[in-house]
Design a protein. Structure first.
Length: 286
């Protein structure tokens, strides 16, 4: 499997917006999330939007789903006007949309429905524009011979509401197991350690935030590195060395920290035993 790092959303960055992954296996392409910057990222990478076969949706923040309406407009078969993808045998216009069943319902009812339902004066459904593939809780699904498990995580937590996000563990006999944490808060290592241990390669989202300065939305570097000031238990060396960090902020480019002080993030990651930082354009062959 070939994994290419693309841009996705830039809520924290003007330049290095990561967290969109393009997976390729046996001529089939799957995107992990399709944020509002993903169309531009595909164009920059010279990838035809019509060549995307599958899209995995991790959660419903705009920087992860903001491009789906454009995808629908560009890919929909306007000439034949099929009312659902079953009416078009070759199904080329409808990429498969994969995600947790509750998340898929919310995606249509609270997001895409408002922009797509009345485009042709009829009551459309999610299946009009995509091939929806809802995944039931604790259900395993398959992509090109890879066994895939959704890992439910916490993304945003307030006093009354928790927004869930779903990481993805992919395993295939004779291949390394890959864990995409995608957007998640940093829980106690004891809670997530079982998933980290299952993987040979971990793509971990990471804010470049030292000590107490963090949004509370994602894991931050100080927590992952186990700094005492971050009130965090230290991940084992075995876990850190197989963990590739996907950053959000421009501190990486400018080699500064939150306080404006010089910081060589690549050197720091090496010192702390991480696999390193990823950036758009990087390619991994699994």
């Amino acid at each position: 499997m070939k994994i290419t790092i693309l841009g996705c959303g830039n809520a924290f960055s003007n330049y290095n917006f990561n967290q969109c992954f393009l997976l390729e296996e046996n001529g089939r392409r799957m995107l992990i999330d399709y944020g509002y910057q993903a169309p531009a990222a595909l164009q920059n990478a010279k990838i035809d939007i019509k060549s995307i076969d599958d899209i995995f949706i991790s959660h419903l923040h705009a920087d992860h789903i903001g491009g789906l309406e454009q995808m629908a407009f560009l890919r929909y078969d306007w000439a034949n006007r099929p009312r659902n993808w079953d009416e078009n045998p070759d199904k080329k216009y409808a990429p498969r949309l994969i995600g947790n069943v509750k998340l898929m319902d919310d995606l249509w009812n609270h997001s895409l429905k408002g922009g797509l339902e009345s485009m042709e004066g009829f009551d459309a459904t999610l299946g009009t524009y995509f091939e929806p593939t809802p995944i039931q809780p604790n259900e395993q699904w398959e992509w090109q011979g890879w066994k895939c498990d959704l890992i439910q995580q916490v993304h945003v937590m307030t006093g009354s509401v928790i927004m869930n996000t779903f990481g993805l563990i992919m395993k295939k006999e004779g291949h390394k197991t890959v864990y995409f944490t995608i957007d998640s808060q940093h829980c106690s290592p004891k809670q997530v350690e079982i998933f980290y241990k299952k993987a040979d390669i971990i793509f971990q989202d990471c804010e470049l935030s030292p000590v107490q300065f963090a949004s509370g939305v994602h894991a931050n570097y100080a927590q992952l590195a186990g700094y005492a000031e971050a009130n965090s238990s230290k991940l084992s060396a075995e876990i850190r060395e197989k963990m590739y960090l996907s950053h959000y902020q421009d501190f990486y480019n400018t080699k500064k920290d939150f306080f404006g002080e010089y910081c060589d993030w690549d050197k720091l990651a090496e010192q702390d035993g991480f696999g390193g930082f990823i950036k758009p354009g990087d390619v991994f062959e699994i």
